[in-house]
Design a protein around this ligand. Structure first.
Ligand SMILES: Cc1cc2nc3c(=O)[nH]c(=O)nc-3n(C[C@H](O)[C@H](O)[C@H](O)COP(=O)(O)OP(=O)(O)OC[C@H]3O[C@@H](n4cnc5c(N)ncnc54)[C@H](O)[C@@H]3O)c2cc1C
Length: 304
């Protein structure tokens, strides 16, 4: 039985781990990967202490700091459920393992939202991708489509106009991202924008060959010949594993108070998976620290 289980190895989970270790809590960190969403971004210019750092490098520095401490770390495993037991909590993983602890912190972050259209699942990794930063260079001199109208989609379009032969930006709504980014993207000569268009189907057999879209107003359908599709339509919280334990808000985020408490004694949450607004690395890290300190106080009270 551990004193604390931390689920998630992004900025929130890794910071929580360091704070827990410095309080000498017997801690297990379980995460599918180390680094989380930060691995999907190349340039970070707003993490204090670094005027510029690459996402991968920043997460390596976090990991090195975590590994200074005698923590148990399990990676490559997804926690499928977290439930309450008599003495605390039990985390079950997709590999059939089960771990117990007196307190738990979830810092499982977010994952990309899917379009849910025919061809999306079948062609994932064969032209369909959710990460322009990671996969963009694979589409040099190819025609590609970027789906979405917010900042993530605009950033992806801005990256891809420099790499691809031509970029089609397809958005269900008018563009909703920052004006500065909209202006930048619109100035590219190799970009065509389809606003208020929905994606009906992704076409291809062994690789993406095209995309079928429909104008929401005129209902006119058209097919665009593309070899790559970047789906950038937002993120959803990885909160399903605790949906039986706590109440989620309408976005699927875990409601927490300013002490990262969820309402279930001994169970805390931190970072992008929570209702705390403004999803940023520095905020997730700070929330992870707070959650670990709060868990430590809870465990101290238990042993009094
Ligand atoms: C493209 C992009 C660019 C960004 N750029 C910036 C930027 O420039 N500056 C900035 O401050 N922020 C940026 N952000 C936001 C920032 O990355 C997030 O706010 C931050 O990563 C949140 O940290 P987190 O630890 O809460 O969650 P995450 O980073 O999402 O980490 C969650 C962790 O939990 C693990 N996990 C999830 N589910 C499970 C499960 N069931 N079992 C086990 N492990 C699980 C994951 O593997 C991951 O390790 C960007 C985000 C994106 C998507």
């Amino acid at each position: 039985m551990y004193e604390l289980i931390i689920i998630g190895g992004g900025p929130a989970g890794m910071t929580a781990a360091v704070y827990a270790a410095r309080k000498k809590l017997n801690t297990l960190l379980i995460s599918y990967d180390i680094g989380g969403q930060v691995l999907w971004t190349a340039d970070i210019e707003n993490y204090m202490g670094y005027q510029f750092i690459e996402g991968l490098e920043l997460m390596k520095k976090f990991e090195e700091q975590v590994k200074q401490f005698p923590l148990d770390i399990k990676t490559g495993e997804r926690v499928s459920s977290l439930s309450q037991t008599n003495g605390g909590f039990e985390a079950r993983t997709d590999k059939g393992e089960s771990y117990q602890a007196r307190a738990a912190i979830i810092a499982a972050g977010k994952r990309p939202r899917q379009l849910n259209v025919p061809g999306e699942k079948e062609l994932l990794g064969r032209g369909v991708t959710y990460c322009a930063i990671c996969d963009g260079p694979l589409f040099a001199d190819v025609k590609v489509a970027v789906i979405g109208g917010g900042n993530s989609a605009l950033e992806a379009a801005d990256d891809m106009v420099k790499i691809a032969d031509h970029v089609y930006l397809v958005s269900l709504t008018p563009l909703t991202g920052d004006q500065i980014l909209i202006d930048k993207v619109k100035s590219a000569s190799n970009l065509t924008i389809f606003l208020e268009h929905e994606v009906l189907e992704i076409k291809g057999d062994s690789r993406v060959k095209g995309i079928k879209i429909r104008d929401l107003k005129s209902k006119q359908e058209r097919e665009l010949e593309v070899g790559g599709i970047f789906i950038e339509i937002g993120l959803i919280p990885n909160s399903e594993l605790v949906k039986e334990l706590v109440t989620l808000n309408r976005l699927g985020e875990i409601e927490v108070n300013c002490g990262n408490e969820t309402g279930v004694p001994g169970f805390f949450a931190a970072g992008d998976v929570t209702s705390v607004p403004d999803k940023q690395i520095v905020i997730a890290a700070g929330e992870g620290a707070k959650a670990a300190l709060q868990a430590h106080r809870y465990l101290q009270r238990l042993s009094e």
